[in-house]
Ligand binder design. Structure first.
Ligand code: MGD
Ligand code: MGD
Ligand code: SF4
Ligand code: MO
Length: 680
């Protein structure tokens, strides 16, 4: 028997970007484990990716190109050859791109976070054609823009140093579910005497295990942050020197914060005045104090402002001076691989190409004449995009030509005209940045492609040739692309540049980042300071100071839709990935709606009743779970289930809206009012 181990990278949209060790016996991957030599991974993977072989060798894996034989959405397909698939696609697309290339829309996200199988040849292909541009807003754009306006980019503390923090505020993150390697670090801090505080409307698994859980009302975090500032300012718990040297607009922020007494915030946030006062005291007096801020706070109307308010806190207390103090939401701008070189935006020459917001794909597809053809890869929009009724209606259009590159027949693939089988991470090369830590991780193929599956890059190379595109940039090999990803001015100038040799040898390499990036200021904003007041926001006609912006759809007893619904990730799924992996689905059970005993009693609900969750946008059926994990006035539908596995063929996104956040044009998944009724 021939047994080897291959170093890889977890491809999923998760801040941990683990280094993988895959065991291969006679060409078959038998085990995927965490690399013990990679400090962040520490030899441990989450339950999902520990079962990656179950996903790769799944009996439902797409192994051949398919064409649709039944109505859109029916899932009736028949096997065809690659030749027929590519010829059919080229035949359909050629007349469109000849006269109106901007009617072709790429739709992709982070099914793989790999820089090569993500947006390399694919983006060059769409750029050279002059296709519509996709505004990639669905996940982190509100918070990302907010960090940019405040700190100058997606930058912050290095994850490992939270181990030395004495106070950790986990703000809008269910770390045990979505950032398990951070949780390990937080546990280490706890053993060293740190106090853990969780701010989350839901009593999550993480909240259960923290010293204090503040069950805030959804979408009210800016009010809480402003009242913490109020306390810091009125008690003079400030680092005046840091504020004077490294911040912009303190006087204006001071005035704003003084309007937010703990009493006022307690009312808005549904918290106790004493808890707010105590948190402010602890935040000011415990050093070092780190805030693990996460995306849960930025999925409502005022999400950008909430992130801005929270990101201002460490500059007020000078927490940045210590490497275990500050805030971390995303670290993705610390390590800068050469995405521009891979994607070549300079090749795009069609001034008519519109920017289409992926978060409002429902509206885009229902706008007459906007999109005639779509190529979907690395994403499952029919399941994950908001306001599914409109998304489905758009995908079901008879006059829309849709190609989907996938591993499985997802809800989206069901609406394709042609489905193309793509390789998984075990079958291709790739290279990864992380948005949690600051290492780059290399992925080597461990096994040969399954069936007739091809890499995304190869599919776009072949499609380019079929479309008659001759630019040699479209035929670069994955190996060439890997090298391109490491060529950038930033890399050449840095003291310890990441090299391919290092990556090949260890599987990962640390990007050079200062331990305490803002200890001496140096924020990459226009002013070089932490910008409490943002001229850039003012120039866009937006409020330059962080403010509290109430939800579009707050919970309100007297409203037709009185319950605020949030739909954060389930632990054993990764967005809509893994929902079809039987053992993982078994752990999640079935689609559930968590509802507080009080709200259940008001509706005569019994635990386990089937319920209808509805609003003006749609109706979703699932099982009620009566639990105090949901606070009164709020329900929780953990996501993101495949629609076709749900009771009435829908999921939570049947209810979410296409309204957008204050910054970043991002979706408001957690700002969504519903009503619940028993189906008994
Ligand atoms: N197991 C697993 N891991 C994942 C994912 C997954 O699907 N499954 N998804 C990945 C992806 S794409 C992302 S973007 C990240 C997301 O992970 P996080 O960045 O942690 O964000 P969310 O999971 O959206 O929300 C985290 C917590 O915020 C809470 N929350 C909701 N609304 C509010 C609010 O208004 N205020 C506050 N303070 N908290 C709120 C939710 O109850 C939830 O517990 O996780 C990644 N990791
Ligand atoms: N209600 C609600 N909706 C949400 C969220 C929420 O919290 N609540 N979270 C939102 C967030 S944060 C995000 S990031 C989005 C995520 O939305 P998506 O980025 O669409 O993520 P997934 O649902 O995991 O779908 C990724 C798909 O890519 C495929 N894939 C993976 N690797 C490859 C590959 O190498 N090649 C090809 N061709 N395909 C591949 C997988 O099989 C999978 O079907 O969902 C958003 N939707
Ligand atoms: S999903 Fe996250 S925790 Fe799980 S293996 Fe991948 S990077 Fe690691
Ligand atoms: Mo995300």
């Amino acid at each position: 028997m021939n047994t080897t181990t291959i170093l890889g990278a977890c491809p999923h949209d998760c801040p941990d970007t683990c280094s993988l060790v895959t065991t291969v016996q006679d060409g078959v991957a038998t085990k995927v484990q965490g690399n013990p030599n990679h400090p962040m991974t520490d030899g441990v993977l989450c339950a999902k990716v520990s079962r990656y072989t179950e996903r790769t060798y799944h009996p439902d894996r797409l192994l051949y190109p398919m064409k649709r034989t039944g109505p859109k959405g029916s899932g009736q397909f028949t096997r065809i050859s690659w030749d027929e698939a590519l010829t059919t696609i080229a035949l359909k697309l050629k007349p469109i791109v000849a006269t109106r290339p901007e009617k072709l829309l790429p739709y992709s996200y982070a099914g793989t976070m790999g820089l090569v199988q993500g947006e390399s040849i694919a983006m060059r292909f769409f750029n050279l054609l002059g296709a519509a541009k996709l505004d990639r807003t669905i996940c982190s754009n509100a918070g990302g823009d907010a960090l940019n306006y405040t700190l100058g980019g997606k930058l912050g503390m290095k994850m490992g140093f939270f181990a030395e923090s004495k106070l950790i505020i986990i703000w809008g993150s269910n770390s045990i579910t979505s950032n398990i390697h951070f949780w390990r670090i937080a546990q280490e801090a706890k053993r060293q005497g740190a106090r853990l505080v969780c701010i989350d409307p839901r009593r999550s698994e993480t909240a259960d295990k923290c010293d204090l859980h503040l069950a805030i009302k959804p979408g009210t975090d800016a009010a809480l942050a402003l009242s913490l500032m109020h306390e810091l300012i009125t008690h003079d718990w400030l680092d005046h020197d840091y504020i004077a040297q490294h911040t912009l607009g303190f006087e204006a922020l001071r005035e704003r914060a003084l309007q937010w007494s703990p009493e006022r915030a307690a009312e808005v946030c549904g918290l106790q005045v004493e808890d707010i006062r105590q948190l402010a005291f602890d935040y000011a007096h415990t050093k070092p104090a780190g805030i693990r801020l996460n995306y849960g706070v930025q999925r409502s109307r005022g999400g950008g402002n909430a992130v801005r308010a929270i990101a201002c806190l460490p500059a007020l207390t000078g927490a940045w001076r210590h490497r275990a103090g500050g805030v971390l939401m995303s670290a993705s701008h610390h390590a800068r691989a050469n995405a521009v070189g891979l994607q070549r935006p300079d090749l795009h020459r069609n001034p008519k190409a519109p920017l289409v917001n992926m978060s409002t794909i429902g509206d885009a597809l229902n706008t007459p004449g906007l999109v005639e053809a779509m190529i979907v890869y690395n994403s499952n929009p029919v399941a994950v995009a908001p306001e599914s009724v409109k998304v489905v209606k758009g995908f079901a259009r008879e006059d829309l030509f849709t190609v989907v590159l996938e591993h499985f027949m997802t809800d989206t693939a069901d609406y394709a005209d042609i489905v193309l089988p793509a390789t998984t991470q075990l079958e291709h090369w790739d290279i990864h940045n992380s948005y949690g830590h600051t290492d780059m991780v290399l992925n080597r193929p461990a096994i040969a492609p399954m069936g007739e599956a091809k890499t995304n890059t190869q599919i776009f190379r072949e499609l380019s040739a079929c479309m008659g595109l001759t630019d040699p940039l479209l035929q670069e090999t994955d190996e060439q692309l890997l090298h391109t990803s490491l060529q950038s001015p930033a890399n050449l100038n840095s003291a310890h540049p990441v090299t391919m040799d290092e990556l090949l040898q260890h599987g990962f390499a640390a990007w050079p980042v200062a331990d305490a990036p803002f200890a001496h200021g140096g924020f990459p904003t226009p002013s070089g300071k932490c910008e409490f007041v943002s001229e850039r926001l003012a120039a866009m006609g937006l409020e330059p100071l962080p403010d509290y912006i109430p939800n579009y759809e707050p919970s309100d007893d007297s409203a037709v839709y009185p319950l605020a619904m949030i739909s954060p990730p389930a632990r054993n799924f990764l967005n809509s990935s893994f929902v079809n992996v039987t053992t993982l689905r078994g752990m999640e059970g079935e689609p559930l709606l968590e509802i507080h005993p009080q709200d259940a009693a008001a509706r005569q609900l019994k635990d386990g009743d089937m319920v209808r969750v509805f609003n003006d946008r749609g109706s979703y059926e699932c099982k009620a779970q009566i639990t105090t994990r949901a606070q009164a006035g709020m329900v929780v539908g953990l996501g993101i289930w495949w629609r076709k596995l749900g009771a009435n063929g829908t999921n939570v996104n049947e209810l979410t809206s296409q309204l957008l956040t204050d910054m970043g044009r991002a979706p408001v998944f957690y700002d969504c009012a519903v009503q619940v009724a028993s189906l008994r």
